[in-house]
Design a protein around this ligand. Structure first.
Ligand code: THU
Length: 163
């Protein structure tokens, strides 16, 4: 038996003012995206802002449905919009935030496994990682350079697209 370990790396910032001004702006754009969340079933709003190499910012928010599994997370709403509308514009960074009236959010909200898997696909397509900023409005901010830090064991089966 061999014991193995994987290291992941991310940075924690005490408050938004410790980020670069571009990063602060993107976090604030993610807060704006919360307004378009359609989340009457969970009452949990998630907002996303993605900065592209062209300078364009693409927004996403969770879109729920009365048939619960038909809804979609904020991250994938934004990422699929980029795939559909700006497939050649490189993703530079993504800011994610959340808000609810039901309880106090004191830690960054980490994306679900499905959203991380989708982020990995976009990193692979553009052959470049992007920064992921998890912005807790009343708490710390976590920043990772590349999705592998949040999902070290993603599904990547290269043989699927051969032959
Ligand atoms: N949600 C997201 O938008 N992103 C995630 O990564 C996890 C969860 C949404 C889905 C649902 O509308 C609400 O948060 C509660 O699960």
């Amino acid at each position: 038996m061999i014991k193995k370990e994987i290291n992941i790396a991310f940075e924690e910032y005490k408050s938004i003012v410790e980020l670069s001004s571009d990063e602060q702006d993107l976090c604030k754009e993610a807060v704006k995206a919360l307004d378009n969340s359609h989340s009457p079933y969970s009452n949990f709003k998630v907002g996303v802002a993605i900065k592209l190499a062209s300078g364009k910012v693409v927004y996403g928010s969770n879109q729920e449905n009365v048939a619960y599994p038909s809804g979609l997370c904020a991250e994938r709403v934004a990422l699929f919009a980029i795939g559909a509308n700006y497939p050649d514009d490189e993703i530079k960074s993504i800011a994610i935030t959340a808000k609810t009236d039901l309880f106090e959010i004191t830690q960054p909200v980490t994306p679900c496994g499905s959203c991380l898997q989708v982020m990995a696909e976009y990193e692979k397509r553009q052959e470049n990682t992007f920064d992921i900023l998890l912005y807790c409005i009343n708490g710390p901010i976590w920043k990772a350079k590349g999705v592998n830090n949040f999902l070290p064991f993603l599904f990547f089966e290269d043989r699927l697209n051969k032959g």
